[in-house]
Design a protein around this ligand. Structure first.
Ligand SMILES: [Zn+2]
Length: 392
């Protein structure tokens, strides 16, 4: 209810005052933003730890909306920090500002679509859906497991996927639920296993390249788990922590969680001394609050899994020495421990396999229906079911 109210206020106030659409400048931090609008830094320093860390999640290039009073002071601002969370700063009384992390509201379409292959699966998916990220995701899921060059004219692709839409534009990454690509009349299925985010065929055989990360330090305990958009009933607000905190003494070595290239090495807002490593397959890891970096490494350096990169500390905003480990897939924060834990299994077996097959049977039937012989004679977009959901 509260969120809806905020949106109503936000929208209604647009009539009187102009909403500005801005892009977060490179090098700006949350504190420089407050300074720019003459807002006391106290707003930031009085935040709780998790909220402070969210302020460090703002990425240069993020589009955000800002509303000014007639005298040029800030009335309110909404800054997205992930696909579903945004920071809301607003003037409650004259010159007095409040901060909250709130969900981003968006629509979601769920579509099942069959596409006749005329050029290539990539090209035809893109042309039918105008969704480049979806075409890329299908290619990523199949990887080299099938030979796309053997596809004949008249073969079909069938997809079931979800896509968020915000302000009339595709927003965030598409979620591919199920896919079927025909190669010379033979059907190749892939279904997402929600338990581990990996893809398997209709019998539970896996094809995804397994990518392993290791825990980057020897730690004493996990002091804060990854949480996303969790409603906190006592505080009556949304809490999010987009990483895992490992408590360890100052000076403990930190090692790269996987092979990759250093793309950031410096101070990053409340995260203090940060290294970001770009791995293959759209993954990035972030290591925050380091006391110092291991010498000899710089932006552009290649590191292997286990390369010593820095030392545990409490730089930036940190209540005690710990490593905050962030893991991002295609720019979206995901739970590092889930990825580290998920094991090496290629094929599902036993109860896991049975559950997977039972869960994906409906999708299997649905994809078969949209490419059944009678449906193939229908023009182009054979089956398009759209259901709109507005998520608050
Ligand atoms: Zn943290």
């Amino acid at each position: 209810m509260k969120i809806i109210l905020i949106l109503i206020i936000f929208i209604s106030s647009m009539f009187a005052l102009q909403v500005q659409e801005l892009t977060w400048p490179k090098g700006d931090s949350f504190l420089t933003f407050l300074d720019k609008y003459n807002i006391s830094q106290k707003l930031y320093f009085e935040l709780e730890k998790e909220d402070k860390e969210l302020c460090s999640e703002i990425v240069a290039g993020t589009e955000y909306n800002l509303l000014l009073n007639e005298d040029g002071t800030l009335k309110q601002v909404l800054i997205p920090v992930s696909e579903d969370m945004q920071l809301h700063i607003y003037e409650s009384n004259k010159g007095e500002y409040k901060f909250e992390a709130i969900p981003i509201s968006y629509q979601e379409i769920e579509e099942t679509i069959a596409i006749e292959i005329k050029k290539s699966p990539f090209q035809d998916i893109f042309e039918a859906t105008e969704n480049l990220a979806l075409a890329n995701e299908v290619m990523r899921v199949y990887g080299r497991s099938i030979n796309f060059r053997r596809i004949q004219k008249g073969d079909f692709v069938a997809l079931k996927y979800k896509q968020k839409i915000r302000m009339g534009k595709y927003f965030g990454s598409p979620e591919l639920t199920a896919a079927m690509v025909e190669v010379n009349g033979k059907k190749h299925y892939r279904f997402k296993n929600n338990k581990n985010d990996k893809y398997y065929d209709e019998k539970g055989r896996g094809f995804s390249k397994t990518y392993f990360f290791k825990i980057p330090l020897s730690y004493n305990r996990i002091s804060s788990q990854f949480t996303k958009r969790r409603w906190h009933p006592v505080l009556k607000k949304y809490r999010a922590h987009l990483g895992t905190d490992f408590a360890a003494p100052k000076g403990r070595p930190i090692y790269a969680a996987g092979d990759g290239k250093i793309i950031f090495r410096g101070v990053k807002g409340g995260y203090g001394n940060v290294i970001i490593i770009d791995h293959k397959n759209g993954y990035r890891t972030l290591y925050a609050h380091q006391s110092r970096f291991k010498s000899g490494l710089k932006v552009g350096s290649y590191v292997s899994k286990g390369t010593h990169i820095g030392y545990v500390g409490n730089t930036g905003l940190s209540s005690g020495p710990h490593l905050h480990l962030g893991l991002y897939k295609n720019g979206r924060a995901i739970d590092p421990l889930q990825v580290i834990k998920r094991g090496k299994e290629i094929k599902l077996s036993g109860k896991e396999q049975a559950t997977f097959i039972a869960n994906t049977k409906d999708y299997f039937n649905e994809l078969n229906l949209v490419v059944s012989d009678e449906n193939r004679k229908l023009p182009t977009r054979l089956a398009r079911k759209e259901s709109f959901t507005t998520i608050q």
